[in-house]
Design a protein around this ligand. Structure first.
Ligand code: SF4
Length: 376
């Protein structure tokens, strides 16, 4: 059986954060209708993919999945078990925002089968949290992490954002120090990205907020790698660090170019080189599911060259490029074509080559996108 991961989008949020460009809705009127649609969509795809696939991970992302009642999430998990072959020890992650859960609710999530929790802390500095318009403060975030452990979660991840306006190196380091002092096995550290259409973007355009330059961003990034590596976290993707044995199975599906199905508004799927995506708007999504069972609004079938480029990009951004897989499954000539550039990158300290694998060094991770843009 082939491995398959499942992503489930829960679009509901308490409010809209200034930097967010995810599809999210602030109204809860439609949660029941959404559940009905989700179940129909799961059923639709199970008829196509159940037979040959075993589900190795389920990931509830959003939006704010932890805002939902545990029974709501349980119903989706049970239905997915009913319709797909879910591996007995599949990783089941719930994105959780501090301020939306207490110990009882976390316990209930653990009891319904969630075994990995990804907590959107973003910062342990109150002024930074206020700037990001998050609903929690530093104490709430710390309490949520402690409560998660007490509720039986061992696999706890947290998200942090660096290069916020006026963020000194000391302030960023404080965030990292606080994170590693808590019961955390996995850290995702992202640089603040200015997305078009967000409130933050408008604030920057209006001159109300100043963002630091790329060099400062790179300094904070290198500080992050050095600090977390020294504390026993292994970097296994540009922005992701884990204690041994706690890499995220679901994220590795994306980065190792494996198959996944995405259910819900704006969700993307990728199976055997074909990618498709759903309607973003809730009304369109619900209507489409009602009429035809799925909510596909677009799709693309990748050419062999596109597949190779994506495989190389995702591999180098994560655990490294397997040259045997590249040669046998994608493009036998790729290495030859890029050899000169490759040797130059190795000589300059951006890459290293171990038998069958090519991996970015710390210096290479920092300029990953520039490196990838030059491959032929
Ligand atoms: S809670 Fe998350 S998904 Fe919701 S608006 Fe804020 S950043 Fe976006």
């Amino acid at each position: 059986m082939k491995e398959l991961s499942i992503y489930i989008h829960i679009p509901f949020c308490d409010h809209k954060c200034i930097y967010c460009d995810f599809y999210s809705i602030i109204s809860y009127e439609n949660v029941s209708a959404y559940l009905i649609s989700l179940k129909k969509e799961i059923e639709f795809y199970s008829k196509l993919y159940r037979k040959e696939h075993e589900v190795i991970s389920i990931y509830f992302g959003g939006g704010t999945p932890s805002f939902m009642k545990p029974e709501y999430i349980r119903e989706i998990i049970s239905f997915t078990h009913e319709k797909f072959n879910v591996k007995f020890d599949a990783e089941i992650t719930l994105e959780t925002n501090p301020g939306t859960v207490d110990k009882e609710k976390l316990k209930a999530f653990r009891e319904i089968g969630i075994n990995r929790i990804s907590i959107g802390v973003q910062s342990f500095n109150n002024d930074e949290l206020e700037f990001l318009t998050r609903i929690h403060n530093s104490n709430t975030a710390i309490q949520t992490l402690i409560d998660a452990e007490k509720s039986g979660f061992q696999n706890i991840s947290l998200d942090l954002i660096f290069n916020l306006p006026n963020q000194t190196k000391e302030k960023w380091k404080y965030n990292l120090e606080k994170a590693v002092s808590l019961p955390v096995k996995h850290i995702s550290a992202y640089s603040l990205i200015l997305e078009r259409g967000t409130i933050l973007n408008k604030m920057v355009l209006d001159g109300k907020v100043d963002l630091r330059d790329a060099d400062y961003d790179a300094d904070l990034y290198e500080l992050t790698i050095d600090f977390l590596t020294e504390k026993g976290f292994e970097q296994y993707e540009v922005s992701n660090f884990s204690k041994p044995g706690y890499q995220c199975t679901h994220n590795n599906t994306y980065w190792h170019y494996k198959n996944y199905l995405g259910f819900g508004t704006s969700a993307h799927s990728f199976v055997n080189g074909k990618r498709w995506w759903n309607y973003s708007g809730l009304t369109f999504y619900n209507e489409s599911i009602k009429i035809k069972g799925d909510a596909r609004i677009g799709e693309e079938i990748l050419s062999q060259k596109e597949k190779t480029d994506e495989f190389v990009m995702l591999s180098l951004r994560s655990t490294g490029l397997n040259l045997c897989t590249l040669k046998n499954d994608f493009d036998s000539q790729w290495l030859e074509r890029n050899k000169k550039y490759f040797n130059q990158l190795i000589n300059d300290g951006y890459l290293f080559w171990t038998e069958n694998f090519i991996k970015l060094t710390k210096k290479g991770y920092a300029v990953c996108d520039e490196i990838l843009a030059k491959f032929k």
